[in-house]
Design a protein around this ligand. Structure first.
Ligand code: TYD
Ligand code: MG
Length: 467
């Protein structure tokens, strides 16, 4: 019996999971109402599929010793922080996705790359006219210490095109050192029926670019938009296809932009780089901790400094909490940059293990600079900030925190506590609160006092004796 081929397929906009039928809840990630319908690609499409079979016919499996590793040599993009996030430059033949909300700086960064590196770059734009790109390039060159004297000296080829077959044909002819495609949502292929920006177009365009990158060895940077609620979640679906995902975080309104590596086949993940958006493009911030630590004088309640580790680098930033009596019947809990479920859990621990009645209070939590924090070491600072706001009693400005809080109220040690202590001391902190169960080396800096706390009641005692 021949099965009828389905006309549509459903994708989860949250995790990219595929399903032959609609479901209210995605079975892979458990999110509700995230499945969207997309037509199945035309079977007769010869372009993409045919291309792959033809070239794979000449390919054979290789013995490990025959594989030439020197091809993995990295290409530097001329922006040291971006090169560091990538793991020491971009790998030839790799596909890198740069995602972020509109207006956050994706196009700016992607134009700074060819201007700074001097690489021969095919800059494909489906969003701006060539004139707009030129004007932007002139602004970027004007403000930077770049190898290029003017936008006219750069080795950048601007190509305004949205049909991906034409883009790949040009790239194949030019064989640039680097190709940048801005953005995946504006590109389309004839082999898929749906409109540009739809899930199946995005998947197919990315797959074709990946094939081009792998076969030609040209590294490709792909730009992708995401919205705040992640609804037009192209990049989520793309994450499975591409080699590296760098995601912009932070508030568009603020001057700071955080670029985080959330997937990297050739390096470590959850590293971040911090940039400042200036009138002449993005500038690297060398000491991000200094920027995330408050400008205001110590003495405000509800603020605590947390010593986290982003990937491999210690990073200190401010956690802000506001606790107030609930106006409506049910208390509100809201967290920016921190998991709300985790906040609820920490509030329950405070209630159950330390006797604070917060259930009738609204609790708002905010991580400085629009940072998204997943390091469990932030727990201790969150609790300290919540209690500080609750008592309206400010914490000493020269103290910081690094510890995970367990369900029974115990404070657990966190990875690489000694490096966090080192960074805190370097930034001039005099006191750091850590778990009693941390094992610490003897050669810690002398300028900082390490206060060990075993559980939440011990923390409360140490901080709020006088409150
Ligand atoms: P853009 O890079 O176009 O964002 P995206 O491609 O992610 O949508 O621009 C980001 C914002 O930054 C835009 O509002 C203009 C502003 N901007 C500057 O402040 N300085 C600059 O030098 C440039 C080029 C843009
Ligand atoms: Mg843009």
């Amino acid at each position: 019996m021949v099965m009828a081929t389905p006309k549509s397929i459903w994708y989860c906009t949250n995790c990219g999971n595929e399903s032959p039928k609609w479901m209210g809840r995605c079975p892979a990630c458990g999110e509700w109402n995230t499945m969207v319908e997309a037509p199945v690609e035309k079977k007769s499409a010869s372009g993409a599929k045919g291309m792959a079979t033809k070239s794979s016919r000449d390919r054979k499996p290789l013995n490990l010793k025959e594989i030439d590793r020197s091809k993995e040599d990295r290409v530097l993009l001329g922006i040291p922080e971006v090169d560091r996030l990538l793991g020491g430059g971009i790998v030839p033949g790799s596909l890198v996705l740069i995602g972020g909300e509109p207006g956050i700086g994706k196009s700016t960064l992607s134009l700074q790359i060819p201007l700074n590196s001097g690489l021969q770059t095919l800059y494909v734009t489906g969003e701006e006219s060539a004139r707009q790109v030129k004007m932007r390039a002139e602004r970027l060159v004007a403000g930077a210490a770049l190898p290029t004297e003017s936008a006219n000296d750069s080795n950048t080829l601007v190509f305004c095109e949205t049909r991906i077959e034409d883009v790949i044909a040009q790239a194949g002819e030019i064989k640039p050192d680097l190709m940048i495609v801005d953005s995946v949502q504006t590109m389309f292929t004839d082999t898929v029926e749906s409109t540009p920006g739809s899930v199946s177009q995005i998947k197919e365009v990315a797959a074709m670019l990946l094939r081009f990158a792998k076969e030609s060895g040209v590294p490709v940077i792909l730009i992708g938009h995401i919205t705040k609620d992640g609804y037009i979640a192209g990049p989520k679906i793309l994450e499975h296809i591409v080699d590296v995902v760098l995601q912009f975080e932070g508030e568009n309104r603020g001057a700071y932009r955080i670029l985080r590596s959330i997937k990297n086949r050739f390096g470590s993940t959850s590293e971040i780089a911090v940039f400042e958006m200036t009138g002449t493009g993005l500038k690297e911030v060398e000491n991000p901790s200094e920027m995330l630590i408050p400008m205001h004088e110590a003495g405000l309640s509800g603020a605590a400094i947390c010593a986290t580790l982003d990937g491999t680098r210690p990073l200190l930033f401010e956690v802000q909490a506001l606790v107030s009596s609930a106006v409506y019947g049910t208390a509100q809990r809201s967290a920016t940059g921190f998991d709300t479920r985790r906040l609820n859990m920490l509030l329950a621990v405070l209630e159950k293990r330390a006797g604070f009645h917060l259930s009738a209070k609204d609790v708002f939590l905010n991580m400085a600079g629009g940072l998204k924090v997943s390091d469990p070491a932030a727990d201790l600072a969150v609790i300290a900030a919540v209690l500080s706001s609750n008592f309206d009693y400010s914490l000493p400005g020269d103290s910081c925190f690094a510890g995970e809080v367990g369900l029974s109220g115990e404070i657990r040690p966190v990875a690489q506590t000694d490096r966090r202590i080192g960074e805190a001391a370097r930034l001039g902190f005099k006191k750091i609160f850590v778990s009693s169960f941390s094992s610490l080396p003897d050669n810690l800096p002398k300028t900082i006092k390490v206060v060990k706390v075993a559980d939440v009641p011990a923390l409360v005692k140490a901080l709020f004796k006088n409150a």
